[in-house]
Structure formats: structure tokens, C-alpha cells
Design a protein around this ligand. Structure first.
Ligand code: SF4
Length: 240
């Protein structure tokens, strides 16, 4: 199912399909992947607006679809509360976190390592322990400078398909979907946040880049925690 679409092709889809066509396309992508991978298809739910839309789409394809949430000790209380409510509603969402010791202030001195320990490691563990063959994300190519080079279907780690079913959605279309389908979202959005992460590394920011408030003031500003860029299978066939 991995048909590579050139960057211009992706851009043509972003601007050429209307909202309803994008929703249909996303549902089809998830449905086809679920038919192929069954219970080995698992949604990575970050509890952000994009993940909330993808989770709702996946539940429309099959209520059986499982997911996982990666959380850290640095999540804001609003996010922890929202996570607890979401997991209560969907017990098929497993929660992963890394409780091992990290040096004080690591998020300031070496945010890449901090993200690696607190976000990438539990993601790897979730993928291994849940027997994932296809993981589904809420990544969108319109979200910022670091997200333009992705495909709807990818195989960044050999033997692990990554499905980005709302890759071509605009931010506005995510909110449109959430409003139309009455999907609950993290209350931090009401305060002006556009992209949510750990408390020390997330600020309210304006401007065209949705992720500009992430790691503001560091070399990682507007960047990535690593789950979309680092190898997730460290054993057989890692890093193709
Ligand atoms: S977002 Fe910040 S606090 Fe959270 S894991 Fe990354 S560097 Fe650490």
C-alpha cells in the first residue's frame, strides 16, 4: 500500500481536494490499512487536535481499533486531565511513559535527549509491546517547516508501516472536522495554544507556523520530538 506521491502531488491534494473529499480519503486510507493489518494497526494518539480527529476517524472505521498515548512527567495538568478522561472513555488506549531518572533541566540543556528518553523510548516500547505492524499518526504536511517531506503511507522502519491519513488537511479542516463531529479537545486550545507538548517547551505563538510555540528560544524551535524522525525499531531491519 505504499504508493509514493511526489511533493507537487501532495501539494496538489492539499489545495485541490475539498473538506469532504479529504475526510473520505482519510477514511479510505484507514479502512484499507485496517483490512490489511487488522489488530496490528494501532493509532498513536498524542491527544492533540490532529490526533483527536484521527482517533475519531479510526473509531468510525472500527470501534475495535486500538491506540496508545505517550505521556511525560512534564505534561500540563490540563493535558493529564484530558488524557485521563479520554482513556476512561476508550480503555483500548494504552498509556506509555518513561519514569526513569533524567538529569534536572535536561529539557533546557539537551531537549533532543530529553525527548528521546521521554517520548521516543516509550513510543518504541508501545510499538514493540502492542505488536504494531502499522501505526497511524495525526501528522500534517501543512503544520510547519519540519513536516513538508512526508507521505500518507511510509515505511521509515523496515517492517513498520506508518500511515498519516490526514497528511493533506489544513489546520482549519481539522477544527472543522472536530466541530462537526463534536469531538472533545484539550481545554488548552481555548487559551490560545495551537500545538501542544510538555509544559516547559510549549508557548502560545502566532504566525503562519503552527508549531512556532514548540521549544521556543532553543535550537529545536518549531521542530520535532523525534517520533516522526528517529528509528522506532531498533532491532531487526531498523532504519531503512
Ligand atoms: S517536550 Fe520538552 S520536557 Fe517534553 S520530552 Fe521534549 S524536551 Fe523533555
Amino acid at each position: 500500500m505504499s504508493e509514493v506521491i511526489a511533493a507537487e502531488g501532495i501539494k496538489a491534494l492539499v489545495d485541490g481536494l475539498n473538506f469532504a473529499q479529504k475526510v473520505e480519503r482519510s477514511l479510505r486510507l484507514i479502512r484499507e490499512a485496517y483490512e490489511e493489518f487488522g489488530d496490528r494497526l494501532v493509532v498513536a494518539n498524542s491527544l492533540g487536535k490532529d490526533s483527536c480527529a484521527v482517533w475519531d476517524l479510526a473509531k468510525r472505521v472500527s470501534p475495535r481499533i486500538r491506540g496508545f498515548v505517550v505521556t511525560t512527567r512534564f505534561k500540563p495538568p490540563e493535558t493529564v486531565h484530558f488524557m485521563n478522561e479520554t482513556v476512561r472513555r476508550y480503555p483500548e488506549l494504552a498509556v506509555y511513559r518513561n519514569d526513569s531518572q533524567v538529569p534536572d533541566g535536561l529539557y533546557e540543556t539537551d531537549p533532543d535527549r530529553c525527548c528521546d528518553m521521554l517520548k521516543v523510548e516509550p513510543t518504541r516500547r508501545a510499538i514493540e509491546q502492542m505488536g504494531v505492524a502499522c501505526w497511524v499518526t495525526g501528522l500534517r504536511c501543512t503544520e510547519g517547516r519540519t513536516r513538508t517531506d512526508f507521505q500518507e503511507v511510509e515505511e521509515r522502519d523496515r517492517g513498520l508501516i506508518k500511515l498519516n491519513p490526514i497528511l493533506i488537511w489544513h489546520e482549519r479542516e481539522v477544527w472543522q472536522y472536530l466541530a462537526i463531529h463534536h469531538v472533545p479537545v484539550n481545554p488548552l486550545y481555548a487559551q490560545g495554544y495551537r500545538s501542544l507538548g510538555c509544559a516547559p517547551c510549549t508557548r502560545i505563538a502566532n504566525g503562519p507556523d503552527e508549531r512556532a510555540g514548540r521549544w521556543l528560544g532553543t535550537s529545536k524551535c518549531g521542530g520535532e520530538c523525534g517520533i516522526h524522525t528517529r528509528p522506532l525499531k531498533l532491532t531487526e531491519g531498523a532504519g531503512i
